[in-house]
Write a protein that binds this ligand. Structure first.
Ligand code: SF4
Length: 227
């Protein structure tokens, strides 16, 4: 009945999510996983329950953004980075506090992760570093929201040009590999790395082995495994 309809709605929305350009969230992530997304490699399906949780997080973030608007400190929201060839992304907000400008990025999480959060997560820092880089704003705030209790934690992030340039350099290298159809090597600490724990390409990644692999050869291999 309704449950089946709602589950199907979420699963259909996830279908055919082929990627054609980099998003800010790809910065600092496993190159091989991003490569697989570009090549639309079959991935483990996410449960509709998890997809609904993502939506729930987005609603909570919208509520916090409305609160910031009510405080009169938001200069802009949902701001796209300036168009350029490599990457696209949209920062949640730019605010003014005590005459200083900050890029703000919201992140929502469950109680267990929130409780143990003593410093900003590395992938979130990478993301905000790129916003600071593209907007030429020296400071940002990562605002974490506990989805279960609505508690907040915030961390100040200062622009580090070396980090931002390194992230962009890595994406540029990955772009070359995507064009050359060369699957990047696995993460050095595979499978312990936290990204591997949540990776939707875990199975296919283990089939590909540790080193760089030619995509055309590997594609034939996975197609023959399907037969
Ligand atoms: S399993 Fe780990 S190394 Fe393999 S693609 Fe996923 S994140 Fe990358």
């Amino acid at each position: 009945m309704l449950k089946e309809l709602l589950d199907k709605f979420y699963l259909d929305r996830e279908k055919d999510k082929e990627q054609h350009h980099f998003y800010i969230t790809d910065a600092g992530k496993c190159s091989r996983a991003v490569f697989f997304k570009f090549k639309n490699v079959p991935r483990e399906k996410m449960e509709p329950r998890v997809l609904r949780m993502f939506d729930h997080g987005d609603y909570i973030q919208m509520q916090i953004l409305n609160n910031l608007f009510s405080l009169g400190i938001v200069r802009a929201s949902e701001i796209k980075i300036p168009p350029q060839e490599l990457i696209s992304g949209r920062a949640d907000a730019i605010v003014t506090l005590n005459n200083e400008i900050y890029v703000v990025d919201f992140k929502s999480m469950n109680s267990m992760v929130f409780k143990n959060l003593e410093e900003p997560k590395e992938d979130n820092v990478n993301q905000i570093q790129l916003y600071l880089h593209f907007f030429k704003i020296p400071k940002g705030i990562l605002l974490y929201i506990n989805k279960d209790t609505l508690e907040l934690k915030e961390f100040l992030v200062e622009y580090n040009s070396a980090v931002a340039k390194n992230l962009l350099g890595e994406l540029s290298d990955l772009k070359t590999k995507i064009t050359a159809n060369l699957i990047p090597q696995r993460l050095i600490d595979y499978p312990e790395n936290w990204q591997c724990q949540y990776c939707q390409f875990k199975e296919i990644c283990s089939t590909a082995g540790a080193g760089e692999v030619k995509w055309d050869d590997f594609k034939k291999k996975i197609e023959s495994l399907k037969d």
